[in-house]
Design a protein around this ligand. Structure first.
Ligand code: ADP
Ligand code: MG
Length: 321
């Protein structure tokens, strides 16, 4: 199969149709109609085999995850996703890999109404780079730097499940069959909190998606906020039922420092908490949990209650270099 047949068969077929795509896959560039008065939000993320996913990961989940991690960045900006590009490097045009990979990508693209408008296909070590372009009213974009002392630290969903999914795959933590499936699914099939991000426009004062672990990503909000600290009550961390079955054995490190959850961490002014909860419910989004508050008497993150023994998680999160 040559390159063009491959593109036609797996990527140009059954893309989401959008009126704002003037020219999609097949020309030298995509022509996209600007989205009215909105500002564009552009994100990109690369997944490298052996670094971001094991070579043995199900190809359908790789297609899903490559798009999902980008949609998570779009969600953290409060933006609505519209278009995507896909740059795919692979050792061979292996149809038994391409078919499920493309299906995983396409199904999620359809779910979010995102049109694949271009990309590149090359031979080499397996690497997937996706770019997503979305839009948001310029003043409504959620940024990392907007948190203020007195705001509440809120997170969506539950924390640490993806890290436990990885521990399950690696055999370092054992679960019953139903939790094993649930947790490995959270690792391989992350859900981007797009509707929640949009619902938080005009309510949250800052947002980030938790890709590198709560401590690392909340740390970015604190750093971007200037002279800002965060106090996190570890008894309030939202843990799933499956996490609780191993809590005594694994402690809180997966929830505090585990990556790949793709939940949102938000700063919400205390007076807007009810609005935030209401908007999240209206959007059909996962529940928000208040886990702490922002303060201005120190910089960084403090875990409470003081004096309780914690496994000290690596606060820096994953670093490539
Ligand atoms: P060029 O030689 O101009 O770089 P290519 O042969 O790389 O063009 O690609 C031809 C068309 O197919 C372009 O419109 C490009 O955007 C699109 N394309 C190539 N690879 C992919 C892919 N993996 N997914 C989606 N579109 C792709
Ligand atoms: Mg090309």
């Amino acid at each position: 199969m040559d390159e063009f047949a491959l593109i036609r068969r797996y990527f140009a077929a059954d893309v989401v149709r959008r009126d704002d795509v003037v020219t999609g896959i097949g020309d030298d560039g995509a022509v996209l109609a600007a989205p009215g008065p909105d500002a564009l939000v552009v994100v990109a993320d690369t997944l490298v085999a052996g670094v971001h996913f094991p070579e043995t990961a199900p190809p359908e989940s790789i297609g899903h995850k490559a798009l999902a991690v980008n949609l998570s960045d779009i969600a953290a900006m409060g933006a609505e996703p519209a278009w995507a590009t896909l740059c795919l490097t692979m050792p061979a045009a292996d149809e038994s890999w391409l078919e499920p990979f493309a299906a995983g990508f396409r199904n999620l693209a359809h779910h979010h109404g995102v049109a694949l408008v271009g990309g590149d296909s090359t031979r080499g070590p397996r690497t997937v780079t996706v770019q997503v372009i979305g839009h948001v009213p310029p003043s409504a974009a959620l940024r990392r730097g907007g948190a203020r002392a007195g705001d509440l630290v809120c997170v969506s969903g539950t924390l640490g499940d993806a890290a436990l999914g990885l521990a399950s795959i690696q055999g370092s933590t054992r679960f019953d069959e139903s939790c094993r499936q649930t947790l490995e699914r959270r690792l391989h099939w992350p859900e981007a909190r797009v509707s929640l991000g949009i619902a938080m426009r005009g309510i949250a004062s800052a947002a980030i998606d938790i890709s590198d672990g709560l401590m690392a990503d909340l740390g970015h909000i604190v750093e971007a906020g200037g002279h800002l600290g965060a106090v996190v009550d570890v008894d309030e961390l939202p843990l799933s039922h499956c996490y609780r079955t191993v809590l005594e054995r694994v402690g809180l490190a997966p929830a505090l420092a585990g990556g790949d959850d793709y939940e949102l961490c938000l700063a919400v002014p205390a007076a807007r908490l009810d609005d935030a909860r209401h908007a999240a419910r209206e959007a059909g989004a996962v529940a928000l949990t208040v886990i702490g508050r922002f303060v201005d008497d120190f910089r960084g993150i403090r875990l409470e209650p003081a004096g309780r023994p914690f496994d000290t998680p690596d606060q820096r999160g994953w670093r490539h270099f």
